[in-house]
Design a protein around this ligand. Structure first.
Ligand code: FAD
Length: 319
């Protein structure tokens, strides 16, 4: 794996040849993230099918170029200094449905927006994904992070996932092989590693026929609850995982952190686990806010919270 921060122009050639003008150098990433912060990717490619996603990761792997798959950018904080290597923006969106005899199986490519997929399922009278309404990420991000809400999660729907394994090829992972836990999976553990990561190409989700009106009412209830409890605006959703026996938001609120700000980054007054970009926050502002919040909770309650959001790219403290 290359360790230098600058890939040279020769590294671009295979991607430029394969993807034409969907390949770019020095692409600003802020607009691809829900927090609207982050510097530029050295190399950037948009893929539109699972086959293209597989091709992009294989090319990167063959040429020893570090890569990162970007879904909805709603669970990451990208450094102001940007990201070395290749960012692969996943827009693989094909979805099919089939009757399995015991229900309906939805095969979704990993770049599908989870909330849009949920709405599609509801309109077809297929239930099971309503918990995901309003989650701004992709199926791939949700399969990796075991996203969940309102008592449901990806682990409760996933039958299997097609996964590209570095140096091995494509393999089907069963639900059990994903080793799901609270916002956790076998793939999530790779976020702490520098080595190439496994990539979700598509997922098979279990659904159950139910009346459209019932599904719609359930989803509307969840949406109303979200609107009531969570702030609108640019954020990454929950910054910290809930520690055992506590809600991270409660700990942050009890520590007096609601409204606390660094630059244009502020802890929401509505929900203390939401860190907002009020317009001109830098990634460094948000990271400093995160560090302060973590320290205050540790000092006041002796609890070391774990971030749910992943820090990506070239952070100054990495040097
Ligand atoms: C307003 C708001 C509300 C939210 N509410 C919730 C909620 O209720 N519940 C919840 O769980 N989360 C919530 N989130 C967080 C986030 O939306 C989810 O975690 C989402 O599933 C992340 O998906 P993504 O596509 O945006 O992932 P990204 O942020 O793009 O990526 C996250 C990680 O997944 C990896 N990844 C993405 N796609 C793939 C792939 N195809 N293969 C391999 N790795 C991949 C990335 O490389 C990265 O490591 C919320 C976020 C916001 C902004």
């Amino acid at each position: 794996m290359k360790t230098d921060t600058q890939t040279d122009l020769r590294d671009s050639e295979p991607f430029a040849t394969a993807f034409g003008d969907r390949f770019k150098r020095k692409q600003t990433l802020a607009k691809y993230t829900s927090a609207r912060v982050g510097g530029a990717a050295e190399m950037f490619v948009t893929v539109e099918t699972a086959a293209e996603l597989q091709m992009a990761v294989e090319l990167a792997h063959q040429h020893n170029i570090p890569f990162f798959v970007l879904g909805g950018g709603s669970n990451i904080l990208i450094a102001d200094e940007g990201v070395s290597g290749l960012i692969i923006l996943n827009k693989a969106k094909n979805v099919t449905f089939r009757n399995s005899g015991v229900g309906v199986v939805c095969s979704a490519e990993s770049g599908v927006n989870l909330s849009a997929l949920t709405r599609k399922c509801i309109s077809k009278g297929l239930g099971g994904l309503e918990w995901a309404i309003g989650i701004p990420g992709t199926v791939g991000g949700a399969v990796v992070g075991n996203s969940g809400a309102h008592g449901g999660d990806m682990a409760g729907n996933l039958l299997s996932a097609m996964i590209w394994v570095p140096g091995e090829g494509v393999r089907m992972f069963s639900n059990r092989e994903m080793q799901y836990g609270y916002r956790d999976s076998i793939l999530k553990h790779e976020q702490q590693q520098d080595s190439p990561r496994r990539v979700v190409l598509s997922a098979e989700l279990q659904l159950k026929p139910e009346a459209v009106e019932i599904l719609t009412a359930r989803a509307e209830g969840f949406t109303a609850h979200r609107k009531q409890t969570q702030p609108a605006g640019a954020s990454m959703g929950s910054m910290f995982k809930n520690p055992a026996h506590y809600y991270a938001g409660y700990l942050l609120e009890a520590a007096g952190m609601k409204g606390f700000a660094v630059g244009d980054a502020q802890i929401s007054e509505k929900h203390a686990n939401f860190f907002m970009n009020n317009g001109n926050a830098s990634a460094e502002d948000i990271r400093a806010l995160l560090a302060e919040a973590w320290n205050v909770v540790r000092e006041q309650f002796g609890i070391e919270m774990e971030t749910e959001v992943e820090l990506v790219g070239n952070w100054r403290f990495d040097e």
